[in-house]
Design a protein around this ligand. Structure first.
Ligand code: ACO
Length: 429
């Protein structure tokens, strides 16, 4: 037996195996604790709970390290394509030229939506949030692919599911934008690659075809890659939890989109730009907002700062900050929000409250400024995040479903409600 951990409860000692990961991360396997002792562990927000073994992404929050299948995210963001990154995350290795071509071809084959699905978009009011539409549409795909709902899908079926979702999320997102703006749908083209095809479907008008801008394509490539996976975050854990009941991939991913929508998770990219706009409208008074976030009786938070895992810096934020600067310069856009963001970051990094709590800019802080420069409206920002995160969600669902030891996720609780009491009829309460 390797290293073990001892827990003493009511004077009795229990011994549990210590699991060591390939990066020497250590965990105590307490899965038999309750059966042996009657105790469970309590961990609010799962901050200290390992929910699975995973070989997809390695993250060291103290050192600011993020690697996909062993490759540093900095190298992938600089040199790889989004499609290649998706392949790497889902299948575990970088593809050969032949595999890469076949993977891209499968996206082309599955890019179009069933014509009946186009009617769904018309049913939404113009006030609908695009994340609500995206989640509903992704789940609705299940209705058009009953052949892919096998609760125990074969490797070939998982391949098709992945291609369906990766390709269609792009079409659905572009069509959502078109619907919101009262524009006709522009169908995907077979000759365009993943990102140019998305931009083409988003921005072509009946009179003018969108002209591909390499600066925009490259920035979007880097952004999507940097969002592609982040191990057991809130939305990915949601996908795993839903999928653990053997729910199909469409349903599991649709739930992940809903989890991502929240302002404490992916929804923060929209909130950041709205916060910066508010600061600008308020005369650029940064200190007022910092003080508001620090006030002991306030729930107000500076959006785009802080992270559950990164306590030094978020390596993705570093790259995105640089990209924001580059993209705005290349596109000749002067956005006063970038100036406010940089001043806010500078002030926060010097402020004792934020320093003490290790609150640094996260991935969402500068990404919105880039999306804005590309002409993407604010309420589509989290949809962009969802397109980027799709490979990670699929990879985790696949890893879980292929693991014969996976179990349905079913946490326990410590009940602190009323003790048993007798029902009182309505007139006597
Ligand atoms: N502004 C001000 N104070 C903050 C912030 C913030 N952005 N973030 C955390 N704090 C404070 C908390 O009030 C708390 O202070 P206290 O110790 O005095 O009570 C302390 O820092 C720790 O905060 P927690 O909420 O316990 O940290 P947790 O790890 O649970 O939350 C989270 C992380 C949700 C990201 C948080 O930092 C936050 O709300 N940030 C703003 C929203 C955001 O940018 N989300 C995107 C995260 S990245 C992503 O999901 C893709």
């Amino acid at each position: 037996m390797g290293e073990t951990a001892k827990i003493i409860l009511d004077g009795k000692t229990y011994e549990f195996p210590v699991i060591v990961g390939t990066e020497n991360e250590k965990a105590i396997d307490i899965s038999k604790l309750r059966a042996q002792s009657g105790y469970i562990t309590l961990d609010n927000g799962f901050g200290n709970t390992g929910a699975c073994l995973s070989a997809i992404t390695f993250l060291d929050g103290e050192k600011g390290i993020l690697r996909y299948r062993g490759y540093p995210v900095e190298q992938i963001a600089e040199k790889s394509t989004f499609v290649e990154t998706a392949y790497l995350l889902i299948h575990g290795e970088l593809p050969t030229a032949k595999e890469s071509q076949a993977f891209s071809d499968s996206f082309t084959a599955h890019a179009e939506l069933h014509k009946d699905m186009l009617n769904f978009f018309q049913g939404y009011p113009s006030t609908a949030h695009p994340m609500g539409i995206l989640s509903a549409m992704l789940c609705s795909l299940s209705a058009y692919h009953p052949e892919l709902l096998n609760p125990e899908p074969s490797p070939q079926e998982i391949k098709i599911l992945a291609a369906q979702l990766l390709s269609k999320v792009r079409t659905i997102s572009a069509y959502t934008y078109r619907k919101m703006n009262g524009l006709p749908f522009v169908p995907p083209r077979k000759d365009l690659k993943y990102i140019p095809n998305f931009l083409y479907m988003m921005f072509s008008t009946p009179k003018k075809e969108y002209k591909i801008d390499q600066t925009v394509v490259d920035a979007l490539r880097a952004l999507l890659i940097l969002h592609a996976d982040h191990e057991q975050n809130c939305s990915t854990s949601t996908v795993r939890v839903v999928g653990s009941s053997w729910a199909n991939l469409f349903a599991s991913i649709s739930a992940g989109v809903c989890a991502l929508w929240g302002p404490l998770h992916g929804g923060a990219n929209q909130e950041v730009v709205e916060m910066l706009e508010q600061i600008k409208a308020d005369g650029g008074n940064i200190q007022k907002y910092i003080d508001k976030a620090k006030a002991p009786d306030s729930n107000y938070r500076l959006m785009g700062f802080g992270h559950r895992v990164y306590k030094n810096f978020d390596p993705r934020a570093k790259i995105i900050k640089q990209k924001a600067d580059e993209v705005l310069k290349k596109l000749g856009v002067h956005d006063p929000l970038l100036d406010i963001a940089m001043k806010l970051e500078e002030a926060v990094l010097k402020d004792e409250y934020f320093v003490k709590r290790k609150l640094y800019p996260n991935v969402d802080f500068y990404s919105g400024i880039i999306y804005k420069a590309m002409g993407i409206p604010v309420d589509m920002f989290t949809v962009m995040f969802a397109i980027g995160r799709m490979p990670g969600w699929i990879a985790h669902w696949k890893e879980m479903r292929e693991n014969p030891d996976s179990k349905i996720c079913r946490p326990r609780q410590v009940y602190n409600g009323k003790l048993q009491r007798d029902y009182v009829p309505i007139g006597k309460r």
